[in-house]
Design a protein around this ligand. Structure first.
Ligand SMILES: CC(C)(COP(=O)(O)OP(=O)(O)OC[C@H]1O[C@@H](n2cnc3c(N)ncnc32)[C@H](O)[C@@H]1OP(=O)(O)O)[C@@H](O)C(=O)NCCC(=O)NCCSC(=O)CCC(=O)c1ccccc1C(=O)O
Length: 340
Protein backbone atom coordinates (compact mmCIF):
# COMPACT_ATOMS: atom_id res chain seq x y z
CA UNK A 1 0.00 0.00 0.00
CA UNK A 2 1.44 3.38 -0.97
CA UNK A 3 2.18 5.82 1.87
CA UNK A 4 0.27 9.10 2.01
CA UNK A 5 2.21 12.28 1.39
CA UNK A 6 2.15 14.99 4.07
CA UNK A 7 0.06 17.12 1.68
CA UNK A 8 -2.53 14.36 1.15
CA UNK A 9 -2.68 13.78 4.87
CA UNK A 10 -3.36 17.44 5.55
CA UNK A 11 -6.01 17.54 2.83
CA UNK A 12 -7.70 14.54 4.41
CA UNK A 13 -7.54 16.13 7.87
CA UNK A 14 -9.13 19.31 6.57
CA UNK A 15 -11.89 17.31 4.83
CA UNK A 16 -12.58 15.34 7.98
CA UNK A 17 -12.66 18.51 10.02
CA UNK A 18 -15.10 19.99 7.54
CA UNK A 19 -17.34 16.91 7.78
CA UNK A 20 -17.13 17.12 11.57
CA UNK A 21 -18.20 20.77 11.38
CA UNK A 22 -21.31 19.79 9.48
CA UNK A 23 -22.09 16.99 11.89
CA UNK A 24 -21.44 19.03 15.00
CA UNK A 25 -24.97 20.14 15.79
CA UNK A 26 -25.87 16.48 16.13
CA UNK A 27 -23.02 15.91 18.58
CA UNK A 28 -23.57 18.63 21.10
CA UNK A 29 -24.65 22.21 21.60
CA UNK A 30 -21.58 22.93 23.69
CA UNK A 31 -18.82 24.77 21.90
CA UNK A 32 -16.12 23.11 24.02
CA UNK A 33 -17.09 19.64 22.86
CA UNK A 34 -17.40 21.01 19.33
CA UNK A 35 -13.79 22.13 19.43
CA UNK A 36 -12.78 18.81 20.91
CA UNK A 37 -14.23 16.89 17.97
CA UNK A 38 -12.26 18.89 15.45
CA UNK A 39 -9.01 18.93 17.35
CA UNK A 40 -9.17 15.19 17.96
CA UNK A 41 -9.14 14.71 14.20
CA UNK A 42 -5.83 16.48 14.09
CA UNK A 43 -6.71 19.89 12.66
CA UNK A 44 -4.96 22.63 14.58
CA UNK A 45 -7.54 25.37 13.87
CA UNK A 46 -10.92 25.51 15.60
CA UNK A 47 -14.22 25.80 13.79
CA UNK A 48 -14.47 29.44 14.70
CA UNK A 49 -10.98 30.11 13.35
CA UNK A 50 -12.24 28.89 9.99
CA UNK A 51 -15.18 31.29 10.26
CA UNK A 52 -12.90 34.19 11.15
CA UNK A 53 -10.54 33.43 8.25
CA UNK A 54 -13.45 33.92 5.87
CA UNK A 55 -15.26 36.77 7.62
CA UNK A 56 -12.47 38.56 9.49
CA UNK A 57 -12.04 38.83 13.23
CA UNK A 58 -14.95 40.12 15.28
CA UNK A 59 -13.84 43.31 17.03
CA UNK A 60 -13.91 43.12 20.82
CA UNK A 61 -13.40 46.77 21.78
CA UNK A 62 -15.97 48.28 24.11
CA UNK A 63 -18.60 50.43 22.40
CA UNK A 64 -19.16 54.05 23.39
CA UNK A 65 -22.57 54.19 25.03
CA UNK A 66 -24.97 57.09 24.60
CA UNK A 67 -27.43 57.52 27.45
CA UNK A 68 -31.12 57.81 26.59
CA UNK A 69 -32.30 59.54 29.76
CA UNK A 70 -36.04 59.55 29.21
CA UNK A 71 -38.87 57.94 27.27
CA UNK A 72 -40.62 59.44 24.23
CA UNK A 73 -42.84 61.57 26.50
CA UNK A 74 -39.84 63.08 28.26
CA UNK A 75 -40.36 61.02 31.44
CA UNK A 76 -37.01 60.24 33.06
CA UNK A 77 -36.00 56.63 33.46
CA UNK A 78 -35.35 55.92 37.14
CA UNK A 79 -35.48 52.13 37.49
CA UNK A 80 -33.54 51.39 34.32
CA UNK A 81 -30.58 52.72 32.36
CA UNK A 82 -31.17 52.83 28.63
CA UNK A 83 -28.18 53.22 26.31
CA UNK A 84 -27.37 52.93 22.63
CA UNK A 85 -23.93 52.27 21.24
CA UNK A 86 -22.54 55.15 19.20
CA UNK A 87 -22.28 54.16 15.51
CA UNK A 88 -23.21 50.54 16.24
CA UNK A 89 -26.67 48.94 16.13
CA UNK A 90 -26.61 47.78 19.75
CA UNK A 91 -28.93 48.92 22.55
CA UNK A 92 -28.43 48.07 26.21
CA UNK A 93 -31.15 48.12 28.84
CA UNK A 94 -30.00 47.78 32.45
CA UNK A 95 -32.32 47.12 35.38
CA UNK A 96 -31.08 49.70 37.88
CA UNK A 97 -32.17 48.71 41.37
CA UNK A 98 -28.96 47.06 42.62
CA UNK A 99 -29.82 47.64 46.31
CA UNK A 100 -32.84 45.35 45.85
CA UNK A 101 -30.88 42.89 43.70
CA UNK A 102 -32.63 44.49 40.72
CA UNK A 103 -36.07 43.39 41.91
CA UNK A 104 -38.88 44.35 39.57
CA UNK A 105 -41.64 46.72 40.63
CA UNK A 106 -44.43 47.82 38.24
CA UNK A 107 -42.56 51.03 37.44
CA UNK A 108 -39.44 49.04 36.48
CA UNK A 109 -41.51 46.98 34.08
CA UNK A 110 -43.22 50.06 32.60
CA UNK A 111 -39.83 51.62 31.89
CA UNK A 112 -38.49 48.37 30.42
CA UNK A 113 -41.51 48.18 28.12
CA UNK A 114 -40.94 51.77 26.94
CA UNK A 115 -37.24 51.18 26.29
CA UNK A 116 -37.91 47.92 24.42
CA UNK A 117 -40.57 49.72 22.33
CA UNK A 118 -38.06 52.38 21.43
CA UNK A 119 -35.39 49.80 20.56
CA UNK A 120 -37.89 47.92 18.41
CA UNK A 121 -38.90 51.03 16.45
CA UNK A 122 -35.38 52.40 16.06
CA UNK A 123 -34.05 51.20 12.70
CA UNK A 124 -30.51 51.84 13.88
CA UNK A 125 -30.83 49.13 16.56
CA UNK A 126 -30.28 45.53 15.53
CA UNK A 127 -29.60 43.73 18.82
CA UNK A 128 -30.70 44.50 22.37
CA UNK A 129 -28.86 43.52 25.55
CA UNK A 130 -30.87 43.14 28.76
CA UNK A 131 -28.85 43.16 31.98
CA UNK A 132 -28.83 44.15 35.63
CA UNK A 133 -26.81 46.86 37.34
CA UNK A 134 -23.80 45.62 39.29
CA UNK A 135 -22.40 42.14 39.61
CA UNK A 136 -24.67 40.71 42.30
CA UNK A 137 -27.86 40.22 40.34
CA UNK A 138 -29.40 40.23 36.90
CA UNK A 139 -32.74 40.39 38.71
CA UNK A 140 -34.28 38.83 41.82
CA UNK A 141 -37.77 38.91 40.30
CA UNK A 142 -40.90 40.55 41.64
CA UNK A 143 -40.28 43.09 44.42
CA UNK A 144 -41.81 41.35 47.42
CA UNK A 145 -42.03 44.61 49.35
CA UNK A 146 -44.72 45.92 46.99
CA UNK A 147 -46.58 42.68 46.39
CA UNK A 148 -50.29 43.07 47.05
CA UNK A 149 -53.41 41.00 46.76
CA UNK A 150 -53.72 41.39 43.00
CA UNK A 151 -50.11 41.55 41.93
CA UNK A 152 -47.47 44.22 42.47
CA UNK A 153 -48.46 47.78 43.47
CA UNK A 154 -45.95 50.59 43.80
CA UNK A 155 -47.20 54.10 43.13
CA UNK A 156 -50.77 52.99 42.49
CA UNK A 157 -53.18 51.33 44.86
CA UNK A 158 -54.02 48.45 42.53
CA UNK A 159 -51.73 45.51 41.88
CA UNK A 160 -50.61 44.29 38.49
CA UNK A 161 -48.52 41.62 36.81
CA UNK A 162 -47.28 43.75 33.95
CA UNK A 163 -44.17 41.58 33.74
CA UNK A 164 -46.26 39.23 31.60
CA UNK A 165 -46.64 41.98 28.98
CA UNK A 166 -42.88 42.45 29.01
CA UNK A 167 -42.26 38.74 28.48
CA UNK A 168 -44.55 38.73 25.44
CA UNK A 169 -42.93 41.90 24.12
CA UNK A 170 -39.42 40.39 24.27
CA UNK A 171 -40.66 37.18 22.69
CA UNK A 172 -42.27 39.03 19.76
CA UNK A 173 -39.65 41.68 19.27
CA UNK A 174 -38.27 41.15 15.74
CA UNK A 175 -34.66 41.66 16.87
CA UNK A 176 -32.52 39.38 19.00
CA UNK A 177 -32.57 40.13 22.73
CA UNK A 178 -29.56 38.87 24.69
CA UNK A 179 -29.65 38.45 28.46
CA UNK A 180 -26.29 39.35 29.98
CA UNK A 181 -26.37 37.75 33.41
CA UNK A 182 -24.07 38.36 36.38
CA UNK A 183 -25.12 37.20 39.84
CA UNK A 184 -28.64 36.04 40.65
CA UNK A 185 -31.31 35.46 38.02
CA UNK A 186 -34.06 34.33 40.33
CA UNK A 187 -37.86 34.10 40.16
CA UNK A 188 -39.26 36.59 37.66
CA UNK A 189 -35.63 37.51 36.87
CA UNK A 190 -34.99 33.94 35.84
CA UNK A 191 -38.04 33.99 33.60
CA UNK A 192 -36.89 37.22 31.96
CA UNK A 193 -33.55 35.71 30.95
CA UNK A 194 -35.36 32.62 29.62
CA UNK A 195 -37.63 34.64 27.34
CA UNK A 196 -34.60 36.39 25.87
CA UNK A 197 -33.20 34.78 22.72
CA UNK A 198 -29.74 34.10 24.11
CA UNK A 199 -28.16 34.16 27.56
CA UNK A 200 -24.51 34.95 28.21
CA UNK A 201 -23.69 34.17 31.83
CA UNK A 202 -20.81 35.27 34.02
CA UNK A 203 -19.17 32.57 36.06
CA UNK A 204 -20.74 34.05 39.21
CA UNK A 205 -24.29 33.72 37.84
CA UNK A 206 -26.85 31.76 39.85
CA UNK A 207 -30.14 30.62 38.42
CA UNK A 208 -33.31 29.33 40.01
CA UNK A 209 -36.84 29.81 41.20
CA UNK A 210 -37.96 30.87 44.62
CA UNK A 211 -41.63 31.23 43.69
CA UNK A 212 -43.08 28.32 45.69
CA UNK A 213 -40.97 29.47 48.68
CA UNK A 214 -42.49 32.94 48.65
CA UNK A 215 -45.99 31.89 47.57
CA UNK A 216 -45.72 32.58 43.84
CA UNK A 217 -45.44 30.76 40.54
CA UNK A 218 -45.44 31.45 36.83
CA UNK A 219 -47.62 28.92 35.10
CA UNK A 220 -47.10 30.67 31.76
CA UNK A 221 -43.78 31.11 29.96
CA UNK A 222 -41.97 30.53 33.25
CA UNK A 223 -43.12 26.90 33.12
CA UNK A 224 -43.52 26.14 29.43
CA UNK A 225 -40.32 27.71 28.15
CA UNK A 226 -38.33 26.26 31.01
CA UNK A 227 -39.64 22.79 30.27
CA UNK A 228 -38.68 23.31 26.62
CA UNK A 229 -35.17 24.46 27.55
CA UNK A 230 -34.21 21.97 30.24
CA UNK A 231 -36.76 19.17 29.75
CA UNK A 232 -39.86 18.38 31.79
CA UNK A 233 -38.11 16.48 34.63
CA UNK A 234 -35.50 19.15 35.29
CA UNK A 235 -38.16 21.87 35.05
CA UNK A 236 -40.16 20.11 37.76
CA UNK A 237 -37.01 19.81 39.88
CA UNK A 238 -36.31 23.53 39.55
CA UNK A 239 -39.84 24.56 40.44
CA UNK A 240 -40.68 21.95 43.10
CA UNK A 241 -37.40 22.04 45.05
CA UNK A 242 -36.58 25.74 44.43
CA UNK A 243 -32.85 24.95 44.36
CA UNK A 244 -30.36 27.38 42.87
CA UNK A 245 -27.89 26.34 40.16
CA UNK A 246 -24.43 27.60 39.23
CA UNK A 247 -23.63 29.02 35.83
CA UNK A 248 -21.85 25.85 34.75
CA UNK A 249 -24.79 23.69 35.87
CA UNK A 250 -27.09 26.01 33.95
CA UNK A 251 -24.92 25.66 30.85
CA UNK A 252 -25.03 21.87 31.09
CA UNK A 253 -28.83 22.03 31.36
CA UNK A 254 -29.10 24.18 28.23
CA UNK A 255 -30.38 27.18 30.19
CA UNK A 256 -27.61 29.47 28.95
CA UNK A 257 -25.53 29.71 25.79
CA UNK A 258 -22.13 30.23 27.31
CA UNK A 259 -20.35 31.03 30.57
CA UNK A 260 -17.47 33.50 30.72
CA UNK A 261 -15.38 35.05 33.49
CA UNK A 262 -17.22 37.94 35.12
CA UNK A 263 -14.70 40.51 33.89
CA UNK A 264 -15.22 39.33 30.29
CA UNK A 265 -19.02 39.33 30.41
CA UNK A 266 -19.70 42.52 28.50
CA UNK A 267 -16.84 42.02 26.03
CA UNK A 268 -18.12 38.56 25.14
CA UNK A 269 -21.73 39.74 24.90
CA UNK A 270 -20.75 42.56 22.57
CA UNK A 271 -18.79 40.07 20.47
CA UNK A 272 -21.92 37.92 20.12
CA UNK A 273 -23.90 41.02 19.15
CA UNK A 274 -21.36 41.92 16.49
CA UNK A 275 -21.39 38.40 15.09
CA UNK A 276 -25.18 38.47 14.85
CA UNK A 277 -25.10 41.91 13.25
CA UNK A 278 -22.96 40.57 10.40
CA UNK A 279 -25.87 38.40 9.33
CA UNK A 280 -29.06 39.19 7.46
CA UNK A 281 -31.52 41.03 9.75
CA UNK A 282 -34.48 39.66 7.81
CA UNK A 283 -33.22 36.08 8.08
CA UNK A 284 -32.78 36.53 11.82
CA UNK A 285 -36.18 38.17 12.20
CA UNK A 286 -37.96 35.31 10.43
CA UNK A 287 -35.92 32.69 12.28
CA UNK A 288 -36.83 34.20 15.63
CA UNK A 289 -40.53 34.08 14.69
CA UNK A 290 -40.16 30.55 13.36
CA UNK A 291 -38.32 29.26 16.43
CA UNK A 292 -41.05 30.68 18.68
CA UNK A 293 -44.03 29.82 16.47
CA UNK A 294 -44.62 26.26 17.53
CA UNK A 295 -44.55 27.13 21.23
CA UNK A 296 -46.51 30.35 20.97
CA UNK A 297 -49.51 28.83 19.19
CA UNK A 298 -51.75 31.20 17.25
CA UNK A 299 -49.80 34.23 18.49
CA UNK A 300 -46.56 32.60 17.28
CA UNK A 301 -48.04 31.86 13.88
CA UNK A 302 -49.33 35.39 13.72
CA UNK A 303 -45.78 36.68 14.23
CA UNK A 304 -44.39 34.42 11.52
CA UNK A 305 -47.33 35.26 9.26
CA UNK A 306 -46.69 38.96 9.82
CA UNK A 307 -43.12 38.50 8.63
CA UNK A 308 -44.36 36.76 5.48
CA UNK A 309 -46.75 39.64 4.76
CA UNK A 310 -44.01 42.16 5.42
CA UNK A 311 -41.79 40.47 2.85
CA UNK A 312 -44.64 40.08 0.35
CA UNK A 313 -45.46 43.81 0.50
CA UNK A 314 -41.95 44.47 -0.81
CA UNK A 315 -42.48 42.39 -3.96
CA UNK A 316 -43.71 43.53 -7.36
CA UNK A 317 -46.56 41.03 -7.08
CA UNK A 318 -47.69 42.49 -3.78
CA UNK A 319 -47.44 46.02 -5.16
CA UNK A 320 -49.48 45.14 -8.27
CA UNK A 321 -52.59 44.61 -6.15
CA UNK A 322 -52.17 47.89 -4.29
CA UNK A 323 -51.32 49.85 -7.45
CA UNK A 324 -54.31 48.44 -9.32
CA UNK A 325 -56.63 49.44 -6.47
CA UNK A 326 -55.20 52.96 -6.30
CA UNK A 327 -55.26 53.32 -10.12
CA UNK A 328 -58.84 51.97 -10.24
CA UNK A 329 -57.98 49.18 -12.67
CA UNK A 330 -58.17 45.41 -12.59
CA UNK A 331 -54.96 43.89 -11.16
CA UNK A 332 -52.84 41.87 -13.60
CA UNK A 333 -51.19 39.01 -11.75
CA UNK A 334 -50.66 36.96 -14.93
CA UNK A 335 -46.95 37.80 -15.21
CA UNK A 336 -46.10 36.38 -11.80
CA UNK A 337 -44.85 32.81 -11.71
CA UNK A 338 -46.64 29.99 -9.92
CA UNK A 339 -43.50 28.51 -8.43
CA UNK A 340 -43.33 24.76 -7.85
C1 LIG B 1 -31.66 37.09 45.23
C2 LIG B 1 -31.14 36.68 46.61
C3 LIG B 1 -30.85 35.20 46.64
C4 LIG B 1 -29.83 37.46 46.84
O1 LIG B 1 -29.32 37.19 48.12
P1 LIG B 1 -28.22 38.17 48.76
O2 LIG B 1 -27.18 38.46 47.74
O3 LIG B 1 -27.81 37.56 50.03
O4 LIG B 1 -28.97 39.55 49.00
P2 LIG B 1 -30.04 39.92 50.11
O5 LIG B 1 -29.36 40.44 51.30
O6 LIG B 1 -31.02 38.87 50.28
O7 LIG B 1 -30.80 41.12 49.35
C5 LIG B 1 -30.29 42.46 49.38
C6 LIG B 1 -31.44 43.40 49.59
O8 LIG B 1 -32.34 43.27 48.48
C7 LIG B 1 -33.63 42.92 48.91
N1 LIG B 1 -34.23 42.05 47.91
C8 LIG B 1 -33.64 41.08 47.20
N2 LIG B 1 -34.52 40.49 46.40
C9 LIG B 1 -35.70 41.10 46.59
C10 LIG B 1 -37.00 40.93 46.03
N3 LIG B 1 -37.28 40.02 45.08
N4 LIG B 1 -37.98 41.74 46.47
C11 LIG B 1 -37.73 42.68 47.41
N5 LIG B 1 -36.51 42.88 47.97
C12 LIG B 1 -35.53 42.10 47.58
C13 LIG B 1 -33.40 42.19 50.23
O9 LIG B 1 -34.55 42.22 51.00
C14 LIG B 1 -32.25 43.01 50.83
O10 LIG B 1 -32.81 44.21 51.34
P3 LIG B 1 -32.25 44.81 52.73
O11 LIG B 1 -33.14 45.99 53.01
O12 LIG B 1 -30.83 45.21 52.40
O13 LIG B 1 -32.33 43.73 53.74
C15 LIG B 1 -32.11 37.03 47.72
O14 LIG B 1 -32.18 38.44 47.83
C16 LIG B 1 -33.48 36.52 47.48
O15 LIG B 1 -33.75 35.35 47.67
N6 LIG B 1 -34.40 37.40 47.06
C17 LIG B 1 -35.79 37.09 46.90
C18 LIG B 1 -36.01 36.33 45.63
C19 LIG B 1 -37.48 36.10 45.42
O16 LIG B 1 -38.10 35.42 46.19
N7 LIG B 1 -38.03 36.72 44.37
C20 LIG B 1 -39.42 36.68 44.09
C21 LIG B 1 -39.77 35.42 43.37
S1 LIG B 1 -41.43 35.37 42.87
C22 LIG B 1 -41.41 36.27 41.49
O17 LIG B 1 -40.44 36.79 41.04
C23 LIG B 1 -42.71 36.34 40.80
C24 LIG B 1 -42.57 37.27 39.71
C25 LIG B 1 -43.81 37.64 39.02
O18 LIG B 1 -44.10 38.78 39.08
C26 LIG B 1 -44.62 36.71 38.21
C27 LIG B 1 -45.80 36.27 38.75
C28 LIG B 1 -46.63 35.50 38.00
C29 LIG B 1 -46.27 35.19 36.69
C30 LIG B 1 -45.07 35.65 36.18
C31 LIG B 1 -44.21 36.37 36.94
C32 LIG B 1 -42.91 36.76 36.37
O19 LIG B 1 -42.57 36.35 35.28
O20 LIG B 1 -42.12 37.46 36.96
Amino acid sequence: MSRMSEKDLNTMRRRMASVANHLLPAFSSSSSSAQHVVSSIGCSSSINDTYHRVHGEVPTHAPHWRLIPCDENGKDFTDIIYEKAVAEPIAKITINRPDRRNALRPNTIKELIRAFNDARDDGSVGVIILTGKGTKAFSSGGDQAVRSKHGYADFESFGRLNVLDLQVQIRRLPKPVIAMVAGYAVGGGHILHMVCDLTIAADNAIFGHSGPKVGSFDAGYGSSIMSRLVGPKKAREMWFLTRFYTASEAEKMGLVNTVVPLDKLETETIKWCREILRNSPTAIRVLKSALNAVDDGHAGLQGLGGDATLLFYGTEEGSEGKNAYNERRRPDFSKFPRLP
